[in-house]
Structures are given as structure tokens and as C-alpha cells.
Design a binder for this molecule. Structure first.
Ligand code: SF4
Length: 324
């Protein structure tokens, strides 16, 4: 089955009988992970730098109108976390946070340089910067910039992301690439109003963007947002199918296995959800290194607790997978 054949017939694969999908696409996606990727699952250390955000995306628990206690990590905590990651032989640190205008580009540069000095790969997801700033991040040694497009349907995008147009978001995504940073991007499955054709187009845009990591996830409610009261969790099975199809089309790409299960209330650290995502060909998991007292405040979604390193080792080995 060629990449082009899948790309041109995504709707068929997303909607086919489950048994047929599992016997063909899911099985082949896992075989690809075992053979093409040598069975390696990558572990990244997630460090939330701030939960302050100037934006108000309707699905996100960090939106500025959501009443939560806000924090921004101090420099000492960040450096301690970087040391912890390096000392525990984790290869990558993923700095994530809201779009916080109080944190200046020099601060990110300082953290990237500190992480690089400890031999870590670096990944940053702090929202939209301008061209010059992406170039400065690249010059500091940043490896990957994560900027999700979330929805390829501009109308849907602008319904949920009310502070930026789809065009401006895509321009920012292309600036990441022009700065020679690796790009991580992907979509949310299951926002209200999204059709199966939208999901097809989301997968196609992910492929077209030539990303290195795909943080595709289902919509999960976040307490305090209006959407949490009106919109149920996104379709986990549909997300898993998208993962398998992306694995077959982009065998070298990292795809997040931090996925919920179909059980209500499960979050991205759900053991069964993570295992099922690995079985569908996903290959990236996260441990959290945000200071214990603060990580609950990074409430992008509910039930966000991530596994510990030993728990990741315990869940990948029965699948004949290894971590790096
Ligand atoms: S999704 Fe990102 S930009 Fe939007 S409110 Fe949440 S943290 Fe801010």
C-alpha cells in the first residue's frame, strides 16, 4: 500500500469496518513501528513554564477568561528541572506554556542554551513568535518548535481560536520552517462541528507540512470552560485511526502516544490509552518535570497526570518496544 494510495483514500480508511481496519492498517502501522523504527519509543520531559496566556481559545483551560491560579516558573526552578532531565538520561526537554507576554525571548534563549549545554534536544511550544524571534531561537540551538494548526478548516479554526486568524497561524507555522527549525504540528479530533472531511483534511495538512512530531489528540474537556459543559470528549477511535494512517504515510515521524482511553474522564496519561496508541503506531511519550506543586495548575485539559519514567518502561516492554 503506497503512501499516495492512503493519502487519496483517507475517508475510506477512517470509516471502514473496525475489524478490517485493525487487521490491515493498525497491524501494519505497529509493524512499521517495530521494524522501520526499530521498536523505539521516544521519551520527552515536559516542563510547563507558565500557565499565563493572553489568548482565550474556547477549548483550553488556560484561556485568559478561565479563573485559575496562575504561575510562571522562576529561573532556578527551570535550571533545576533541566538538570533533573539530564541526570535521568532523558534525551529531550519540551518547554510548553501559554502565550505569556511577560516572558521575553531572551529568557527562552537562556533556557534553550542551558538545556543544550547539558546535551538535551529541545522542543518549545509557547505560541506565535515573529520571524526574527524564530531565527533567534534557532541560533540558540532550539531543535523543534511546536505550533499546532489545530483545525485545517479556517471557519472552525476561527470559531475555537478567537485571537488569531487561520491565515496568520499558518503564516507563523511557515516562519518556523523558514527559520530552519524542525516543525511539530497537528490537530484536535472531535471539536464540535468538525466533519469526517475536516479530519481527512487535517491529516493531509499534517502530511503536507512535513512535520517531525505530530501532537494529534482528541478534544478533552477542561474544567471552567464553557465548552466543557457542552462538548463531549473527542472520538478516541478516530484519533487512533489517524495515528495509524500517519505512521504508514510518515514512517520516520514522531507521533504522540500520550492519549486517553475511551473511558470517560481518562486523560493523556491513561495507561490503557497510551498502550492502544502505541499499538496503532504512535511512538512518543512524556514524563512531567514541572514542579509537583504547580503541575496541577497547568490545566490545559482535565486529568492531565502523566506517567513516571518507570511506568513508561513497564508499559512499552510487553509490546517489545524500547525507550530512548
Ligand atoms: S491553546 Fe494555547 S494559546 Fe490557546 S488559550 Fe490555551 S495555552 Fe493559550
Amino acid at each position: 500500500m503506497e503512501h499516495r494510495e492512503i493519502y487519496d483514500d483517507l475517508k475510506h480508511y477512517l470509516t471502514m469496518d473496525k475489524e478490517e481496519f485493525d487487521d490491515s492498517i493498525k497491524k501494519r502501522a505497529f509493524d512499521t513501528l517495530l521494524n522501520h523504527n526499530d521498536g523505539y519509543v521516544e521519551v520527552s520531559a515536559l516542563l510547563a513554564l507558565t500557565n499565563v496566556c493572553k489568548n482565550d481559545c474556547t477549548y483550553c483551560g488556560l484561556g485568559r477568561s478561565n479563573h485559575i491560579k496562575r504561575f510562571t516558573l522562576d529561573e532556578e526552578s527551570v535550571i533545576n528541572s533541566i538538570d533533573f532531565v539530564a541526570d535521568n538520561n532523558i534525551k529531550e526537554i519540551f518547554f510548553i506554556g501559554g502565550e505569556n507576554p511577560a516572558i521575553k525571548i531572551d529568557t527562552y534563549i537562556k533556557y534553550i542554551e542551558a538545556a543544550k549545554s547539558r546535551g538535551l534536544k529541545t522542543n518549545l511550544a509557547m505560541g506565535v513568535f515573529n520571524k526574527k524571534e524564530y531565527e533567534m531561537l534557532k541560533a540558540a540551538g532550539l531543535d523543534t518548535y511546536t505550533l499546532k494548526f489545530e483545525e485545517s478548516n479556517p471557519t472552525l479554526f476561527e470559531t475555537y481560536k478567537t485571537d488569531i486568524s487561520f491565515e496568520d497561524r499558518m503564516n507563523a507555522i511557515h516562519q518556523v520552517k523558514k527559520a530552519n527549525l524542525k516543525l511539530a504540528s497537528g490537530s484536535i479530533v472531535g471539536l464540535s462541528g468538525q466533519t469526517i472531511d475536516d479530519v481527512v483534511n487535517d491529516i493531509k495538512l499534517t502530511v503536507d507540512l512535513d512535520v517531525e512530531w505530530i501532537p494529534i489528540v482528541p478534544y478533552l474537556p477542561a474544567s471552567g470552560t464553557k465548552m466543557a459543559e457542552t462538548t463531549p470528549k473527542g472520538d478516541v477511535e478516530l484519533t487512533l485511526r489517524a495515528i495509524s494512517l500517519l505512521r504508514l504515510m510518515l514512517p520516520d515521524c514522531r507521533i504522540t502516544a500520550a492519549q486517553p482511553s475511551s473511558v470517560d474522564g481518562s486523560g493523556f496519561g491513561d495507561r490503557d490509552g497510551n498502550i492502544e496508541a502505541l499499538k496503532h503506531g504512535a511512538n512518543m511519550l512524556f514524563v512531567e518535570v514541572t514542579p509537583y506543586a504547580l503541575k496541577k495548575l497547568f490545566s490545559i485539559t482535565d486529568n492531565r497526570t502523566l506517567p513516571r519514567l518507570q511506568e513508561i518502561k513497564d508499559l512499552v516492554s510487553p509490546l517489545n518496544l524500547k525507550i530512548r
